[in-house]
Design a protein around this ligand. Sequence first.
Ligand SMILES: Cc1cc2nc3c(=O)[nH]c(=O)nc-3n(C[C@H](O)[C@H](O)[C@H](O)COP(=O)(O)O)c2cc1C
Length: 179
Amino acid sequence: MVMAIAALLVSFTLSATEPTAKTEKDMKSIIVYFTHSGNTELAAKKLAEVTGSPIVRLLPSEPYTAADVDWVNEQSRCTQEHLNQTLRPAIKPLDVDFSQYDTVFIGFPIWWHEEPAVIRTFLDNTDLKWKELYPFCTSYESPMSEADATLQKGYPDLKWHTGLRLPASVDQIKEWISR
Ligand SMILES: Cc1cc2nc3c(=O)[nH]c(=O)nc-3n(C[C@H](O)[C@H](O)[C@H](O)COP(=O)(O)O)c2cc1C
């Protein structure tokens, strides 16, 4: 009897936290991206064409000016946000019910070899547990692997897939998603 109650409790606890298995047909995905100069927006739109996912843009409450993204200046906003990894610039609220999605693509420009701080604000404030997370980036030359590492280190409880640097061919995108 005690065993039966224990089993019931375990099963209830699991079902209350872990989503039930879904078929590929039921899986819904959304693309969330931040862009400063437009490259990542183009990449997000390409990804939306391939996946059929809706896209939503992350906007900082206080837009970044040209002076803010001057990485040569040690006092600039982006440099300060890089040097102090606890900074979380406010973002405008997103009108998205994330419980409707199993897969979230998260796009951003590489800043200082990693994800910009606004992405961390989004991650801190959104319940993404149990979701399949696919980061993607644009950059001058930095590979995605550096941001993969900082995301996995900063948010080890989330389910990260290896990210992709865009632009990439349709075949590369399809291969990435199917992995
Ligand atoms: C503040 C800042 C830091 C950057 N740091 C890097 C970097 O470390 N490595 C790199 O390859 N590109 C870097 N870039 C270039 C951007 O990643 C690249 O131009 C990106 O495509 C811009 O995307 P967006 O147009 O969506 O804003 C940096 C750009 C800015 C503004």
